[in-house]
Design a protein around this ligand. Sequence first.
Ligand code: RTP
Ligand code: MG
Length: 140
Amino acid sequence: MAIERTFSIIKPDATKRNLTGAINAVFEKAGLRIVAQKRIRMTKEQAETFYAVHKDRPFFGELVEFMISEPVVVQVLEGENAVARHREVMGATNPANAAEGTVRKLYALSIGENSVHGSDAPETAKQEIAQFFSGNEIVG
Ligand code: RTP
Ligand code: MG
């Protein structure tokens, strides 16, 4: 299995509750290496661009406001099968459906305030990484 990279966000509900380290521990235990990481305050434009795929969904406005409400931690994670592995340890979008031991089961507050984001495919990961990181910020 090839080494892959994925893009991750620790969302405002989690940074606000000081859960960055606890969530990173789940990722690292799952074999994902944090090869880039920074804490930022997303601009409205960044959030709208990032979630453009959801722009016609009823929750879009609420989602953008949530993502800019507190700082977030953006990350690049590296490992074998990283995209799928990361989504597995994040758990289902709705914490009510998330498996035991997943980040969302442990920490998410609701389907919207669900603590983490992870890319859904290797191609999306490349685009999402490029939106937030330049090549020299990623140290594998
Ligand atoms: P993500 O993109 O954040 O990793 O999560 P996901 O693939 O599991 O979920 P997705 O369908 O891509 O939705 C993106 C984010 O939008 C918020 N959401 N709110 N209120 C709602 O019904 C609703 N549905 C989705 C969540 O924050 C979700 O992670
Ligand atoms: Mg998604």
